[in-house]
Design a binder for this molecule. Sequence first.
Ligand code: HEC
Ligand code: HEC
Ligand code: HEC
Ligand code: HEC
Ligand code: HEC
Length: 368
Amino acid sequence: MKKKLFLLSSILLLVITFMWVKNMLEPEWKQYQVEYYEQQRKAVEKKLQSATDEEEIATLENKLAKLQKPKYEIKQILLKGDYGWAQQSNGQKTDRCMTCHIDEAKLTASHETVVKSFPFDIYGCTVCHGGSGRSLEEKHAHHGIFKHKRAMRQRLDHADVLFDMWEEMATLSLEEGTEWASFKDRTITGEKAIYMGSGKCMRCHTGLTAPHVERWKRVKFESFNVIKEAPDFIKGDEEYRKKCYECHTTGYNKETGTYEEEGITCEACHGPGEVFATFMDIGKATEGQKIAKITPAYNKCGGTEGCHRSRRHEMRVKFFRDSKEHDPYEWFKPKYKRIVTEALQKKKSGTNKKSDPTLPKHNIRFVR
Ligand code: HEC
Ligand code: HEC
Ligand code: HEC
Ligand code: HEC
Ligand code: HEC
């Protein structure tokens, strides 16, 4: 009996040792890399068969040689943070998902909507997907992961989830001084939040917040209609007009040159409403409020970036200066003509010293 037990436990030990050694030599992740390099190799071989150009053949052969002896290794992204990243040492925070998800071309293709803003080598994976970044076992790595858009969106059940993500993104960003609120146009999938249109906001807020809504509707919403009558805008081509869209529309996209809505509507100041308007819609207005309220920081209206910066219309100056039909001051707000005249007089008498050589001689800084 004892002998049998001894034999059994010995076999068991042997099996365990064998499995352990096998796992050391053939870890789970390796099989994905084997598969991947195999696929790559086959693809290059196929290309090589149909290649005719000598130079191309040489490059392909070079590639093939490398793929025939692939290096199976752990791939990791060292994430910035208080984890020794600054010393380039192996920090505590590491995403190794790419050890298995090794096909970068495939990843880039499926992350078209985010990868430009959040390059993998800086932002890693877990900031959006969750999961355990360090682990190399699928089950453990995928624990609590948000695999698809639906899961990511379901995760967003209160505003703080979004704020935490923005904060993590700000920590990971390589740009000095990036604040969490810099990501306010992003939703929980890392994608740009959608503009809902002022009609959506006004459905509720015309009643809820009447004075504010009325005021902006009269002034800011109308801004684009005023621009449409400006002679330089009428004469200008689309390239010229794009300069105006930046401040006179809502949700202007520099890359595509398109905008969401004409005029300065609710979301121009409060940010795209996808998340907060949805919260307001589903009876979680308090959560929505938190997000909608962080948006318009008064100091962002002016400054050097905001719409109300002092030299905001310098691109219009040339048109009016060169035009024979127009009053050269028309580029400036007519309402302020009085101020212009006064300031000109001041300048003549020498009290207004500052002048900018890039602007016309009688240019006046915006005065309120
Ligand atoms: C040990 C290998 C391994 C590791 C480590 C790993 N994954 Fe995966 N992952 C897989 C495999 C295999 C699949 C496909 C099978 C499946 O859906 O479970 C997958 C599927 C996924 C999917 C869903 C893809 C789809 O189309 O269904 C996502 C998202 C994902 N992984 C993200 C991650 C993230 C983020 C990490 C790091 C925290 C990670 N994975 C770590 C092997 C791994
Ligand atoms: C900025 C947020 C973000 C980051 C960072 C990110 N992902 Fe994703 N990922 C997404 C979104 C959003 C989707 C869903 C795309 C869809 O459903 O159309 C997705 C989908 C996926 C999928 C399923 C699609 C596919 O290609 O099969 C995998 C796998 C995946 N991610 C892995 C990773 C890995 C690995 C990393 C890190 C190298 C990573 N992701 C980093 C947002 C992100
Ligand atoms: C379904 C109705 C509804 C919609 C749609 C809606 N809101 Fe709201 N919103 C509310 C409610 C209710 C509150 C909470 C009001 C309160 O408690 O004073 C609120 C609060 C706010 C606040 C914060 C007010 C404060 O003092 O804290 C802002 C800003 C805001 N909404 C902007 C918007 C914008 C911009 C949109 C359009 C993208 C929008 N809302 C769409 C119902 C709505
Ligand atoms: C940097 C932001 C910015 C840009 C770019 C910009 N504007 Fe403006 N514009 C403003 C602001 C701010 C106001 C109104 C300020 C106020 O009412 O206090 C304004 C007001 C105007 C007005 C109204 C003046 C009046 O008669 O009352 C016209 C017309 C105008 N802009 C035309 C244009 C045109 C045309 C372009 C493009 C060539 C342009 N703007 C580009 C910020 C900008
Ligand atoms: C020109 C920028 C701008 C526009 C356009 C704008 N808001 Fe606001 N809104 C603000 C600022 C700034 C505050 C903060 C006011 C404060 O704290 O005193 C605010 C506050 C609010 C509040 C809080 C309650 C209140 O009356 O102070 C609500 C609700 C709101 N906005 C909704 C809207 C809606 C709905 C629209 C579109 C009809 C809109 N806003 C358009 C800048 C804007």
